[in-house]
Ligand binder design. Structure first.
Ligand code: HEM
Length: 373
């Protein structure tokens, strides 16, 4: 752990990151930081809330998203995932040059999350545009970027919120396919979610589940092209994809950093007392390459068996969409490996996004030797 000049603390070992993420004295609500606050608004979605409100909203959402109440969600998506990946790979067939990000990885998670939410097909292009503009504005830098980039992001958030609100209002009393409809009509043991919470949760799934999955697929393709022996093995043995995706989450994780948690009270980490209100930054990617936890940590090894990586975080905020992201990426990489013809990187390294938090290429250009099968 290291104390920074600004008084914040950076934690980078596997053990300490895991301990801190499971410590109930840590807050995800920015209002618990000391000093000038970036916002004093109450958080709108549960990723920035603490117990018990976080737990209640997560339970309400999870009732419709996974076990024990909806255990078949990811399995039930198998046909949709396979068809959507197949359609996207078909679209690459005649292209000698492909940008894996724009042509494949970006549209996939968006189509999947819209399907899971029950967003009408005709709305998908604008959801695509809004999520694009939101993600594009995340690393806005006033020193170098036009103000329009930030304004587009603000407008897109507002348009997305408004359209989701309309869809939720239409779903009342009409239980049917999709999470929006099920949340709007569910009276479980915790009661019903308010419309504002349903909208905030849907936005969270669209945003938290998007660039992360884009990056896992893109980082995965990049890593496979840098390890042609593994790419060949995956073509011959598709079952390899399961440990391979786990190893990608460790070796090239889409979320490098949890930029902050706030200490509710003084907490002790190792020999250090971290004062109440301090900002704590968790270096997940570094923890997943901690030599005290992983053998030969800088080696990409899809045969690794002891692989408790931090790719999805840990503790009460452990990624909500992990099982979906895993299956989506497994199907995507298997199909890309099987059907791309002699793919090769055009530039290595590719250009990266500026964000230190979410790591992935802006574009990943590859050349095909011939055509897709
Ligand atoms: C490879 C893809 C993904 C990665 C690497 C990833 C990573 C993470 C990480 C590290 C966290 C913890 C954040 C924290 O502790 O502050 C998180 C939380 C979350 N993720 Fe993911 N995620 C991925 C995909 C998804 C998908 C597909 C969805 C939904 C469709 C999703 C929804 C969420 C939500 C709702 C949370 C907040 C959970 C909570 O606060 O209880 N994620 N994710």
């Amino acid at each position: 752990m290291a104390r920074q000049q600004d008084g914040s603390y950076v934690i980078s070992t596997h053990r300490e990151i895991t301990d801190v993420l499971n410590d109930p004295h840590l807050s995800s609500d920015v209002r618990n930081l000391s000093g000038p606050l970036p916002s004093d608004e109450p958080p709108s979605s549960f990723i920035h809330m603490d117990s018990p409100e976080h737990d209640r909203l997560r339970r309400l959402a999870m009732r419709q998203f996974g076990p024990p109440h909806t255990p078949g969600l990811v399995n039930g998506l198998e046909g949709f995932l396979t068809a959507t990946v197949g359609r996207l790979v078909d679209g690459l067939a005649d292209q000698e040059r492909i940008d894996v990000v724009d042509d494949f990885a970006f549209p996939l998670p968006l189509a999947v999350t819209c399907h899971v939410l029950g967003v009408p097909r005709e709305d998908e292009p604008r959801f695509h545009r809004w999520v694009h503009d939101i993600m594009d504005s995340v690393d806005y830098d006033p020193a170098t970027d036009p103000k329009e980039k930030r304004d587009r992001g603000v407008r897109a958030r507002e348009d997305l919120r408004r359209r989701l609100g309309e869809l939720v209002a239409q779903r009342h009393g009409r239980p049917g396919h999709g999470l929006l409809s099920r949340l709007a009509n569910d009276d479980g043991p915790d009661g019903r979610m308010t419309d504002a919470d349903i909208v905030a949760t849907a936005k969270l799934l669209l945003v938290a589940g998007h660039e992360t999955t884009v990056n896992l697929i893109t980082n995965g393709m990049l890593t496979l092209l840098r390890h042609p022996d593994v790419l060949r093995r995956l073509r011959d043995d598709p079952d390899l994809v399961v440990p391979l995706v786990e190893e990608l989450l460790r070796y090239e994780p889409p979320v490098h950093i949890i930029p902050w948690r706030a200490a509710y009270s003084d907490i002790t980490v190792g020999d250090t007392v971290i004062p109440k209100g301090s900002q704590i930054t968790l270096m997940l990617a570094s923890g997943s390459r901690d030599p005290d936890r992983f053998h030969d940590p800088d080696r990409f090894d899809p045969d690794r068996t002891d692989n408790q990586h931090l790719g999805f975080g840990s503790g009460i905020h452990l990624c909500f969409g992990g099982p979906l992201a895993r299956r989506e990426t497994q199907i995507a990489l298997t199909e890309l490996a099987r059907r791309l013809d002699g793919p090769a990187l055009v530039a290595d390294p590719p250009p990266y996004r500026r964000s230190p938090v979410l790591r992935g290429p802006v574009r990943l250009d590859i050349r095909q030797g011939g055509k897709c099968a």
